[in-house]
Ligand binder design. Sequence first.
Ligand SMILES: Nc1nc2c(ncn2[C@@H]2O[C@H](COP(=O)(O)OP(=O)(O)OP(=O)(O)O)[C@@H](O)[C@H]2O)c(=O)[nH]1
Ligand SMILES: [Mg+2]
Length: 787
Amino acid sequence: MPEHVPNVSQPLRRSTGASATFTAVLTGNPNCGKTTLFNALTGLRARVGNYAGVTVERKEGAMVGADPEYPVTLLDLPGTYSLSPQSLDEQIARDVLFRRLKDVPEPDLIIVVVDASNLQRNLYYATQVIELGYPTLVALNMMDVAQANGQELDLKGLSAALGVPVFPLVASAGTGVNGLRDAVNDAARSNRFPESSLTSKATDQLGHTYEPRSFAELPETFGREAQALEARLERLFPHRERLASAEALLVLSDDKVLNAHRELYPAEIADAVAAARSRLEAAGVDWRSAAIEARYARVFAIAQHVTTETTIPGDTMSDKLDRVLTHRVWGLLIFVGIMALMFQSIFTFATIPMDAIKKAVNWCAGTVTQLLGAGDLQDLIANGVIQGVGAVIVFLPQICLLFLFIALLEDTGYMARAAFLMDRLMSRVGLHGKSFIPMLSSFACAIPGIMATRTIESPKDRLVTILVAPLMSCSARLPVYTVLIAACIPPTQLFGFVGLPGLTLLGMYLLGIVGALGMAWLFKRTLLRGEPPPLILELPPYKRPVTKVILRHMWDRSKLFLRRAGTVILGINILLWFLATYPRNPAVDAGIDARRVAAAQAMLPEIRSAEEALRKIPEVRAQPAFKQLVEQFEALDKEQAGEHLRQSFAGRLGHGVEPLIRPLGFDWKIGIGIVASFAAREVFVSTMSVVYNVGKVDTGDSASTASLVETLKSETWADGTPVYTTLTGVTLMVFYVFAMQCVSTIAIVRRETNGWKWPLFQLAYMTALAWIAAWVTYQGGRLLGFV
Ligand SMILES: Nc1nc2c(ncn2[C@@H]2O[C@H](COP(=O)(O)OP(=O)(O)OP(=O)(O)O)[C@@H](O)[C@H]2O)c(=O)[nH]1
Ligand SMILES: [Mg+2]
């Protein structure tokens, strides 16, 4: 806690150090546009979305347009409905406002963001914050929505009733943001030099907030108890003197405050509170609801007073849409339809740009091959680096499309409906719909999904959701599915319009959902029993998505994907190239060369010496007349590359794990891919590209640049039967649906659960599940007659 104590008579806090910046905190109900305003003021791009609980961490940024001498730091907080938090993310706002976080500077200014179209509910929290006595201003956002709903607001009246300045805004369009920025600047300046700023209008207004204010007219007995407690708190925590009255109300009426934070309050407070509560009970006052009811009454009166309904409120567009979209039957059908459309279009629309990228990658690899002479360096750059990383980058268009869809789902407000629809299904497994939002976010990546679990109130439910979230197919699995589908699934059209590939992809995503629900059910019945609290989920009004938000979201995620390809994947590829290339056994080359010479001499008796034959071979390769011989050479090339790989470190690794994966129908080369992709799933495709290309004799034709899919299709077992059959492809995909192959996810689970226990458990159970599911698929498929 900072030592410096602002006292009530001093209008604004003087900064403690010359370098300390002025800190303005954005707080308010969920989904009222705090992050949109934060982005507008800072020029940053924090994530926004049209549902409650998008921001789950505090975020800091410098306000642009601040006076260079008086820089302003803005703090964006997760939304909360009150100062009595229900979930982890909501606690952050309370902890910042009550100065419980050591690494957060004391707020100099609070900007309460209020959703104008939902005044009454938002004012409940706003009045709680104003009562804290910080310099406060109200950012009245979503004025456009309020207007569209036919509500006219008396801003002066609102400002007078709240006793703080009010700034009307449409943050998503930037309207009014500059006025707010000016006011923050004024406050920052006057904070440094209170004596010279007494004339500033904004400061005058802000100065009002120091009047102790109470918006709840409490029953007399309750008020007396609250005051007594306030006095105690003031004495015990002199540095939080100003907050004491608000804190007293909270401590008295919320039993969770004391129970959850015993360490924050000495026994003296706990005893005093218990005594006060029993006195109140004896007097017939309900201490749990007295303060809440009193505040609601006041807030209701203010909202009534300042709102004029210009049209008779009827069914809004959102209500009408919701009647269909959240319908038990239609809603679910539409949900599945939207998902199917998403996966079908990921396939169809992405093909053209994907082909273009593929060509570009091949061109690069080809150019490098020509520029560098044959040898290890050429192989490393062309196959290890360009083809390996290229194999992942090819998927950029699909990733963009996936994120376009996810951003649309989030920003239109459909996400919350999906959670609502899934609530019935989720309650069967013992969770509620709120857990579905983190699961849906995990379609993009499990990391934001796991972070989003902070909105779940019950710790056990949160843990269950964390444990199952990585089962949802994330974007890193998309390249794996796509390659395997292209290599193993025939492109049959069903009913004339849906392709089997798109359906298979949808199937994998659905399998992930089913797996997640099944495991959640199991965990809720065994490890983490407990009833979920009732679902309270806000359905935000549908909004036209903001193009800028959608594009930024797509761009940010694509950048992340490319950066990963350029760093992690590149590193792993180079390492793999080494593992797949060395040690090199010269005996293999000598043996194969001898057979080449023998083959050449058998066909062309005029060749006498082995040297001559070796010299002639490149010539022969180029001549169509020697078709048979060229084919023999190609078989030998393949054998040579295969033998080298087999004897390499990677090959030994693959052979080492082969007994484990043989029952799943996988060979040792797939084994290399599976082991390597425990670091990150998309490494599978780049590994396959490296494994199948490394050491290939460059024959000048397109063999070394044949697409990965073609190469996979041509892979055979020793007996000549193809490795990548439909059954192998499906089995491998099933393995990837369930396997926990992501170091970053393990790290984030460790952070969110504060220890290694759960991430290791998760790694173990998911790997076991993946193996069992793949085994069932493979053996079941064989029983059904697939090969
Ligand atoms: N019509 C309209 N939409 C807005 C306005 N401000 C923000 N939005 C939209 O409202 C939604 C919520 O915005 P966010 O900035 O994510 O809200 P938040 O308060 O940070 O939400 P949480 O982080 O979940 O608490 C987004 O879809 C925004 O594009 C506004 O003034 N008018
Ligand atoms: Mg936010």
